[in-house]
Design a protein around this ligand. Structure first.
Ligand code: UGA
Length: 454
């Protein structure tokens, strides 16, 4: 099938790479010439494991363009995967979504196309996008758009860092549409994934437990709400374990064992119960805020979601409070942060706890030294003026610091020579913000080990 994808962010480029790998003819469109130039040169604008490899393997089915003209006119499916970043008041900026919808109306020239909202859009956006495409189509073509297009919602559930595997081996595919033809088109598009009939790339083997993938086909509003409800549930699962973690700390319980003990109940599940500094990233914060705000429009409150947000906010303060508790005076102290990205295996710094924590410590008069295995360049570009000292190795971070904070649980930090790090530090305090380090081992090396929850 002919597929056009507008936007080459995490969602757009991952979708493009996977669909092209499955054999569809994919055109990726982005107005950012720098991104398109990188992609044409076989490079990627983001750090995502195996993305370069998959794009290279699917190369013969991929085209990259900066303009709609010549890129969408005869597509069978057009995905809108543009950013919807939060505005100052927390509501999503729908400028790019509206530009994409109008661009489709202007340039589409075939018989029938399914326009798919893949970006996380406010509930009700499907209808809105439909009206924008129709208006623009009729304005530029001089005749009614009836029957030429239909809008569907196909929310994305990929996680950064495991985006490709999440897309090729999803837990489910959700398609929201009020139109039978759209459902059939998208069913054909996703068939190799639904039936798992494709040959896996050698670097992304199919997990043993993956069988046929369930398809949830529903109306537009339900598909849109599924996305928000899923992200909010995951966010509150994390906040729940962090709340229990605070109590665990007081009563002397081990939160890792508690999480395991409750998670093995199949009704609860072990995943997303890792207590620590809390969630960051571009999704949970934005989506939980949007859910609360949509509910307000309908005179509803969402106290559970609101509480999950508040607990998450507090987790970051607790890092500073814990350091204060250990060091008594923060002014003039030197603190090392290991990890800047909001989670391992990505260079994404959006809403990253490390940024907030670094700011809070600098405001309190600390010298902050930072390191990340892949996000240093991005940090220097986006936060270079913050006043943090960028280090090229974890050893350099440890040199003469009063405490080390593990902010992002990169595998390489778990495997560090912690004994050697201890020897470099002014005082041997380690605050394990992800409860990811081996407490007993670190204690043996003379560390005062402090967990963030439990
Ligand atoms: C999240 C969802 O997991 C995806 O399903 C969804 O598609 C995506 O948002 C989106 O809406 O685009 P992502 O933000 O990439 O994915 O990453 P997650 O793996 O969900 O992690 C989010 C944050 O929660 C990270 O900061 C992570 O460190 C934190 N986390 C995660 C915990 O603190 N504890 C956990 O147990 C799990």
């Amino acid at each position: 099938m002919k597929v056009s994808i507008i936007g080459t962010g995490y969602v757009g480029i991952t979708t493009g790479a996977c669909l092209a790998y499955l054999g569809h003819e994919v055109t990726c469109i982005d107005s950012d010439e720098r991104k398109i130039a990188l992609l044409r040169a076989g490079k990627t604008p983001i750090y995502e494991p195996f993305l370069t490899e998959l794009l290279a393997d699917a190369q013969r089915n991929l085209r990259y363009c900066t303009k709609y003209a010549g890129a969408i006119q005869d597509a069978d499916v057009i995905f809108i995967a543009v950013g919807t970043p939060p505005l100052a008041d927390g509501s999503p900026d729908l400028r790019y979504l509206s530009q994409a919808a109008r661009g489709i109306g202007e340039h589409y020239a075939g018989d029938f196309v399914v326009v798919v909202n893949k970006s996380t859009v406010p509930i009700g956006s499907g209808n809105w996008v439909g009206s924008l495409v129709r208006e623009s189509y009729e304005q530029h073509h001089g005749h009614k758009a009836n029957g030429h297009f239909s809008v569907a919602s196909n929310p994305e559930f990929l996680r950064e860092g495991t985006a490709l595997s999440d897309s090729l081996y999803p837990d489910r595919v959700v398609i929201g549409s009020d139109d039978e033809r759209s459902l059939e088109t998208l069913y054909s598009l996703y068939r190799p994934i639904l039936d798992q009939t494709f040959a896996p790339p050698p670097y992304l083997p199919r997990p043993e437990e993956v069988g046929a993938v369930p398809l949830i086909s529903t109306d537009l509003a339900s598909a849109e709400l599924i996305k928000y409800a899923a992200n909010a549930f995951l966010a509150l699962k994390i906040s729940y374990i962090n709340e229990i973690g605070q109590l665990a700390e007081k009563v002397g319980a081990d939160i890792i064992q508690v999480a395991k003990g409750i998670g093995l109940d199949a009704r609860i599940g072990t995943r997303f119960l890792q207590a620590g500094i809390g969630w960051g990233g571009s999704c949970f914060g934005k989506d939980t805020a949007a859910l609360v705000s949509t509910a307000t429009e309908y005179n509803l409150s969402m106290p559970i979601v609101a509480a999950a947000r508040e607990i998450n906010r507090r987790q970051r303060d607790r890092v500073v409070e814990k350091l204060l508790g250990e060091l008594k005076i923060l002014k003039g102290r030197s603190i090392g942060l290991l990890g800047l990205a909001f989670k391992p295996n990505t260079d994404d710094l959006r809403e990253a706890p490390a940024i907030d924590i670094a700011r809070k410590l600098i405001d309190r008069g600390c010298k902050v030294k930072v390191h990340d295995p892949v996000a240093m360049e991005r940090f220097q570009q986006e936060y270079g003026d913050m006043g943090a000292v960028c280090c090229t190795t974890p050893e350099e971070v440890a040199d003469d610091v009063d405490a080390l904070v593990l902010v992002t649980e990169w595998q390489q930090y778990r495997e560090l020579d912690w004994e050697a790090l201890a020897a470099k530090m002014r005082s041997r305090i380690v605050l394990d913000g992800r409860n990811a380090l081996d407490r007993a081992r670190l204690t043996r090396f003379g560390f005062r080990y402090v967990g963030v929850a439990g």
